[in-house]
Every structure is written in C-alpha cells, then in structure tokens.
Design a protein around this ligand. Structure first.
Ligand code: FES
Length: 157
C-alpha cells in the first residue's frame, strides 16, 4: 500500500508531465515506494504503483525489472552496484568485486550480517573513463583500488 506521504511525493512528479501522462512518473514513483519499503519492491507495491498511475501492472513490472536500481528482495542499508562491464572488467573489476565481498563478508546478491551493505553486479553505469567503478546508493566512486575501497567502506554507517 502506498503511504499518504509517498502519494504526495508522487503527485509532485505527476504534475511535471502533461495531463493524461501520469505514467511518465513511473520511475520516480517506484523509487519513492522502494525507499519507503527498506529499499526493495514487492509485487504488491508494483501493482499499487500501476493502479495509482493507471497503468497495466505488467508495464510497471517491466520498468521495475529492467533497471538495476530497483531491488526485488531485501538489501542492505547501502547497496554497492559494482560495474563489471568491459572497461571495468579490463581494469580489474572482477578482482575488486572479490575483494569487496571478502571485506563485507557477503557475496554478490547477499546482505552483510550487520545489514549495513549488500552488493550487486551491474552493467555499465556510464563512467567507463574512470573504470573500475561502483555506485553506492546515489553516489559514484571511480578509479577504484583496494585502498580506496577500504576507505569508502570504513565511512559507511
Ligand atoms: S564499463 Fe564500467 S562504467 Fe562503463
């Protein structure tokens, strides 16, 4: 069920588009309801967003499953989205992913025991020039090394 506060926020996005184009707010609506639900979407929430935006549930599900920033199972408070596409891969991403897994004590797709962080492998995030890179929540971290990763992980609270 979408909360009143979330509906209010979604309405602000709907207003940005021409009348009868409420569906244009689907990405933001999913982002808002995901944030309220401990950072992951359920089938019920996807259906609720569809109903709120007058969209077929399958159309909302297609958006929710296409983009890597939507989660479909519980995740950590922070989500590391580690790029493993060509530029990052050629610059050592696979090794750094293994290093990060060891540091947080959780494999790709898992949540650390303290619930603080989880890690996902994602496709190119458009920062290839600064490969290898990952995104944590909304922030990019580029030109990663093991030393940089140590400092970044130490700062996570
Ligand atoms: S290949 Fe990693 S950001 Fe593009």
């Amino acid at each position: 069920m979408i909360s009143t506060a979330a509906k209010k926020e979604i309405d602000q996005w709907i207003k940005k588009y021409p009348e009868d184009w409420k569906s244009s707010a689907v990405m933001q609506a999913l982002k808002i309801v995901q944030k309220e639900n401990n950072n992951f979407l359920t089938e019920e929430l996807i259906n609720d967003v569809a109903s709120y935006l007058d969209m077929p549930p399958i159309a909302v599900a297609e958006v929710a499953t296409f983009y890597e920033n939507f989660n479909h199972k519980p995740v950590g408070k922070h989500v590391i989205r580690f790029c493993h596409t060509i530029s990052c891969m050629l610059n050592g991403a696979d090794d750094l992913i293994k290093y990060t897994e060891k540091k947080i004590g959780a494999k790709v797709g898992e949540v650390s025991k303290d619930g603080l962080v989880s890690i996902k492998k994602v496709e190119c995030l458009g920062a290839c020039r600064h490969a290898p890179m990952f995104q944590i929540d909304d922030k990019y971290y580029e030109d990663l090394t093991k030393e940089k990763i140590d400092l970044i992980l130490e700062d996570l609270k």
